[in-house]
Design a binder for this molecule. Structure first.
Ligand SMILES: *Cc1c(COP(=O)(O)O)cnc(C)c1O
Length: 387
């Protein structure tokens, strides 16, 4: 267990994905404070919801305290409950699938597609067909837009519609990404966003549920505010949570949102600069971006794929950290986590290979070229030593 007195930032000099502030946030927060709308709701909260709904091209939004809370509410909104099967991407952060456990549901994990690194559409289609034949369809599909790249929505939505299974999109890493011109957050039937400190824009901590389905979003809002029934008295029929985002943090989010295009362009430039500097190493593969997809490049991810490269990602990562640079392993497959022991897994070894051979590099939008050169130098050094 981590020592909670570890130095803030773990002693790193170059961070993986630090919050990027541009100076307008202080004034936005001060204005929200001056307005006295400190809690619970207020004008910034409504404005932030409207702005995000517009960006995601959906009709309704409710801001909450984290992306994890948003996933929890979204799963509950589509009807997931105790004992239900939820089909999830194995290659994701644990916060994707934890809310299924909060609800007493049972995750089934599916492998990644090499093309997108996201949930493999062929396997999803096949799984739904088999479940339908047995008359036991899953209650929901929970798909992640991994590292800022949208899932391959069209084939998955087609199958989901055919069998009437709702699709919940975990777009925590992908705000501002597009798929065939459609924005992340609009691809599933309902989506969750995150404004955690390491994401594309931040409210320090926060999230949002977005959907065209008014009833679902209204229910999410209701549960997020203790499921307090309308009327003067404190009447409660359903189990609720205290999940609402504060108006102050929404003001911060609005200030951040004004720059989202620049943020994404900056991250994409960081990715391209890494690729230009490192792409010549044999066996080194950067996360692909298929035609029609536009990723946020939330993190620059690469694989060391050469025959001799087993263990190389780990060595590079250790060397980066030894030099106070926050390189990180990729997400470890959820079906291999002790927490999800016994959960079914459909697939081969794609996401396991990503986890063993992959790495993410410092990718913040404000990463200086000098700092990026330090990162590149370490990767080149370790790679050169083995080739
Ligand atoms: C960050 C993240 C979450 C959780 O968001 P929080 O706001 O940190 O709760 C969920 N899923 C994915 C894929 C994430 O990267």
């Amino acid at each position: 267990m981590a020592d909670r007195r570890d130095p803030p930032g773990g002693g790193f000099e170059i961070f993986l994905s630090p919050p990027q502030l541009d100076g307008t946030e202080g004034e936005a927060l001060a204005a929200a404070l001056r307005s006295n709308w400190v809690a619970p709701a207020g004008p910034s909260l409504a404005a932030f919801e409207d702005a995000i709904a517009k960006l995601c091209a959906v009709k309704h939004a409710v801001a909450v305290s984290s992306g994890t809370a948003a996933i929890h509410l979204a799963l509950r909104a589509v009807g997931v409950g105790a004992g239900d099967e939820v089909v999830c991407a194995s290659f994701s952060f644990v916060a994707s699938a934890n809310p299924a456990l909060y609800l007493g549901a049972k995750p089934t994990f599916v492998d990644s597609d090499e093309r997108t690194w996201n949930i493999d559409p062929e396997r999803v289609v096949d799984l739904l067909r088999k479940r339908a034949a047995k008359g036991k369809l899953p209650k929901a599909l929970l798909v992640t837009d991994i590292y800022g790249q949208c899932f391959d929505a069209d084939p998955i939505l087609e199958a989901a519609r055919k069998y009437g299974v709702p699709v919940v999109e975990d777009a925590a890493e992908a705000l501002g990404a597009t798929y065939m011109g459609r924005p992340a957050g609009s691809l599933g039937d309902i989506a969750a966003l995150s404004f955690n400190g390491n994401k594309i824009i931040t409210t320090s901590g926060g999230g949002m549920v977005v959907s065209d389905n008014q009833e679902w979003v209204e229910n999410a809002h209701f549960w997020a505010t203790q499921a307090r029934e309308p009327g003067m008295a404190y009447t409660h029929r359903e189990l609720g949570y205290n999940y609402r985002l504060s108006n102050l943090l929404a003001a911060l989010g609005l200030a951040q949102l004004a720059r989202i295009d620049d943020r994404i362009d900056a991250r994409r430039r960081v990715f391209e600069r890494y690729r230009a500097a490192l792409g010549d190493f044999p066996g080194l593969e950067f996360m692909p971006e298929p035609e029609g997809f536009r990723s946020t490049r939330w993190l620059t991810c690469l694989l060391f794929n050469g025959a001799e490269d087993e263990g190389l990602a780990d060595r590079v990562c250790r060397e980066l950290q030894a030099r106070k640079i926050e390189g990180r392993p990729l997400w470890q497959p959820l079906h291999e986590q002790p927490l999800f022991r016994g959960a079914p897994f459909v697939g081969g070894g794609v996401c396991c290979r990503f986890a063993r051979r992959g790495l993410s590099l410092p990718s913040g939008g404000a990463l200086s070229e000098a700092d990026q050169d330090r990162v590149i130098e370490v990767v080149r050094e370790v790679c050169a030593a083995v080739t």
